[in-house]
Design a protein around this ligand. Structure first.
Ligand code: UDP
Length: 319
């Protein structure tokens, strides 16, 4: 039988590149499309000699000329608060035009489709933990809206293609995921804390550090994504780790794992920063028999070498 051919938009990004690895591991042929706005060639360097892998450097807001595919994974988008603040218009474009182009491709080829959505759809949630049936509490004009509303719109387009064009779609709601290949300067909390601890700098905790997040190690997230891709669920599914930590607890864990002498320094809380976030994963447990296996401390240990090397490379590069 001919192997399945999958397109991963955002395939040179942190999660996209890990997904390419998993799909190749499953015997698929993989095309990664990425305009390298926040993705990096170094994330897919190890795949360049694999004859089953192709890289298309293109903006996925333009028609995708990749030939026939059996599966489209739409993962392209800036994803960290710092990146989407810097590229607000591009974030709105990829969530709208990019989603249309990816869905058109799936429709033309009768391909299955998965949209990478986010816990940001829940905004600063009033329901805790967040179930998929909660509609969210999002500021539509605040600084995070370029991402939150792009993803909410993207979910709406995906459901419309399912309803009007019978495209076989899935919507994945990703909660804070971390691990090797994260950009060390993307401003997210795990890379910030890891790099600060490894450099012996103070860890910048925003606000009083009482806000919570639930951190999922990348291998667990990818396992959930692959399982969801094989299911026939069309409504959104949360994939994340349900163990919740305050940001202060996260900072202390990073200091312990790195063995650093760094101290904690409180800084102002960014506008609209969600106060708490924790997925209810009952649906993923029931439908996909999935749950994360790696706790935060183990995941930070598994990520340590990557961050150590990345910091060394960055700090020894000529300025
Ligand atoms: N945060 C922090 N210090 C940092 C970076 C982030 O205290 O150096 C906080 C941020 O205010 C938020 C949480 O950590 O409450 C997670 O931030 P991140 O940017 O990783 O992602 P978010 O979940 O907000 O999209």
């Amino acid at each position: 039988m001919k192997p399945a051919r999958a397109l991963v938009t955002g395939g040179a990004g942190f999660l996209g590149s890990h997904l390419c690895d998993a799909l190749l591991g499953d015997g698929c042929m993989v095309v990664a499309a990425d305009n390298l706005l926040t993705g990096r060639l170094s994330n897919i360097e190890h795949l360049r000699t694999d004859s089953r892998f192709e890289f298309l450097q293109q903006d996925v807001c333009n028609p995708l000329l990749c030939g026939a595919v059996d599966y489209v994974f739409h993962f392209a988008s800036p994803a960290s608060p710092v990146d989407y603040a810097a590229h607000g218009i591009e974030t709105l474009r990829v969530g709208s035009y990019g989603t249309f182009e990816s869905l058109e491709l799936a429709r033309r080829h009768g391909a299955k489709f998965m949209m990478a959505s986010t816990s940001e759809c829940y905004g600063d949630p009033l329901v805790h933990p967040q179930t998929e049936t909660y509609w969210g509490h999002v500021n539509p004009i605040g600084p995070r809206s370029v991402y939150d509303e792009a993803k909410r719109f993207s979910e709406a387009v995906t459901m419309a293609y399912h309803r009007y064009h019978q495209v076989d779609t899935r919507i994945l709601r990703i909660f804070n995921t971390y691990g090797p290949r994260m950009q060390i300067n993307d401003g997210r909390v795990v890379p910030n804390f890891m790099c600060q601890a490894l450099r012996g700098e103070n860890l910048t905790v925003y606000g009083d550090g009482s806000q919570t997040r639930s951190f999922c190690y990348v291998n667990d997230e990818i396992d959930g994504i692959v399982r969801l891709s094989r299911s026939s669920e069309h409504d959104p599914v949360n994939i994340g780790n349900p163990t919740e930590f305050t940001i202060l607890e996260c900072a202390k864990k990073v200091i312990a794992v790195t063995g650093s002498a760094s101290k904690i320094q409180l800084e102002p809380l960014p506008q609209d920063d969600p106060k708490q976030r924790c997925p209810d994963i009952s649906k993923a447990r029931r439908l996909l028999s999935w749950e994360p296996k790696v706790d935060l401390e183990s995941g930070l240990k598994l990520s340590l070498e990557y961050f150590r090397k990345a910091v060394q490379e960055k700090d020894s590069a000529p300025r």
